[in-house]
Design a protein around this ligand. Structure first.
Ligand code: UN1
Length: 506
């Protein structure tokens, strides 16, 4: 195995990792591989990974189908026990997993530990779900008759995940899928195949039977599309861009598949004149520049009452200046790199757009420091004087770019907050309880925070957004179970005679 403690010298021969199909680690049939690089230092090759093909994916689907009948028949509490063991293993390996994550996708080590912890949390939650998975038992309208509903698994679940939460999000999806008795084909982002491999290694060690979890690394075209188009994968869960999500929904819609989508965001923080501005500054910086702005929940808009706008912008800029960019395993680093050079280019393009729309207060450049020259760094960037419908106030940038939008009053703030095609998370800083409740009622978002930033959702409440952030499904919490189960309503008549519902009970 390669080192996970820091960049490996370029001369090291990287390890080649494999696919996991039917309980065995195997090479892809085409024998092609791709590299995963450290975004903080692209000379550091983490490993080579199989560029899985349609044929590999078909084998993984077959393996998952074959494993389904006995996994479905395994009592849910027993499935939960395996999941519990997986959670324990993740806890034991937390530091190793977190360091590997920082190396592969860049988030600073404290946040990488949080990502692993989020995976552990959902694994424990779903392990317990094995003993709940509630249905309804209701009185029948007829005598000597029972009426109840149960949940049943759907079949093979296609799990297509992003790189920004490379352990938490796969766990959010795979744990509810598996505890409810589905089997899984897992296609991770090609930016984080190592994180995915480490997770699946631990899943195998925890005792998930062969074929219940299959890992196929490779491109969206070869692997993702094969999963989405396969008649043998009836449920798909995807987190990523709105463009890919729409295309998945269209393709899967042709086969009437169940599809759960978690897509873009343009999350706003409202700051009112009565707010604790120091607290608001803390919350905004954490949610705008944490994970280098690469969270679906990241704050990229601050909507502030004009009376305190200048004060807030100054506080944000003063503090943003002190944030240290660098390799997330190095002590004192606050902000890691972007995921790849394409992301640096995209953020740069938006900064150019922003220059034409408002005032650049701080940042705006790919980091020039020689020590960072081999990484995908971009400095924390703040624009002020942005109008609600400006492009940088509307489009998802997925980087460390914050737009400050001044408005006249609270009503204008609510209008601006809701003037977006997305609706994932939103927050308000105020000391007025009446205003806070109005915001809780009127913000068009799946997650609302009061006196906190837009990030930091916990795993036992539903996670997901309104409008173009998704298609109405939710991850995490009990809600996650809905995606992966079919309802079955069951009536048992023990009267010994034919009783006709809606007829004999009049
Ligand atoms: C994401 O960015 O897709 O609420 C997930 C949060 C994290 C999850 C973010 N718990 O910021």
């Amino acid at each position: 195995m390669t080192s996970t403690s820091g960049p490996t010298p370029a001369s090291d021969v990287p390890t080649t990792f494999r696919l996991f199909i039917a309980g065995a680690w195997v090479d892809g049939v085409a024998g092609e591989t791709f590299e995963s690089l450290n975004p903080a230092d692209r000379r550091d090759v983490i490993g080579r990974f199989q560029a899985g093909s349609a044929a590999d994916t078909a084998m993984a689907i077959k393996a998952a189908e074959t494993a389904f009948p006995s996994w479905r028949a395994t009592p849910a509490p027993k499935r939960g026990e395996i999941m519990y063991r997986f959670a324990e293993l993740m806890g034991r390996h937390k530091e190793r997993l977190a360091r590997a994550m920082t190396r592969e996708m860049g988030k600073v080590i404290a946040e990488a530990r949080g990502d692993v912890q989020e995976g552990i949390d959902i694994a424990y939650l779903m392990a317990g779900e094995g003993r709940r998975m509630f249905g309804d038992t209701v009185p029948s309208e007829l005598p000597d008759k029972w009426a109840m509903s149960i949940r049943q698994p759907i079949g093979v679940a296609g799990i297509i995940t992003p790189w920004n939460f490379p352990m938490a999000i796969p766990c959010w999806k795979m744990m509810p899928a598996l505890v409810t008795g589905n089997t899984v084909v897992f296609k991770p982002s090609s930016d984080t195949p190592h994180c995915a491999t480490l997770l699946v290694e631990l899943m195998a060690e925890a005792g998930f039977p062969p074929g219940t979890v299959n890992l196929v690394t490779g491109s969206g075209e070869a692997v993702g599309n094969t999963i989405v188009d396969s008649p043998d994968v009836p449920v798909i869960s995807f987190t990523g861009s709105s463009a890919t999500g729409k295309s998945i929904a269209e393709r899967a819609g042709r086969r009437l598949k169940r599809v759960s989508l978690e897509l873009g965001g343009k999350n706003g923080v409202v700051v009112l004149r009565d707010a604790d501005l120091e607290l608001a500054t803390d919350g905004i910086l954490w949610s705008a520049f944490g994970t280098t702005g690469q969270r679906c929940t990241a704050c990229s808009r601050v909507i502030v009452e004009r009376a305190v706008a200048d004060d807030l912008v100054k506080r944000l800029a003063d503090r943003a200046k002190t944030l240290k960019l660098g390799y997330g395993l190095d002590a004192g680093v606050d902000v890691g790199p972007l995921i790849n050079p394409g992301a640096v280019e995209k953020v740069g393009r938006y900064v150019e757009i922003g220059r034409g729309e408002g005032e650049l207060v701080i940042g705006g450049t790919a980091a020039g420091d020689a020590a960072l020259a081999h990484g995908n760094f971009f400095s924390p960037t703040i624009f002020s004087g942005i109008k609600p419908m400006d492009r940088i106030g509307q489009e998802e940038i997925f980087g460390p770019v914050l737009s400050v939008i001044p408005v006249d009053d609270f009503d204008a703030a609510i209008t601006a907050l809701n003037q977006t095609r997305y609706g994932l998370s939103a927050s308000i800083f105020t000391r007025d309880v009446n205003t806070a409740f109005r915001a809780m009622r009127d913000f068009e978002a799946g997650i609302v925070y009061v006196n906190a930033g837009t990030t930091g959702a916990e795993t036992h409440l539903p996670f997901g957004g309104w409008k173009e952030t998704g298609n109405g499904h939710r991850e995490a919490g009990h809600a996650a179970i809905e995606t992966y189960t079919e309802w079955k309503s069951i009536y048992v008549d023990f009267s010994g005679r034919l009783q006709r519902a809606q007829i004999d009970n009049q």
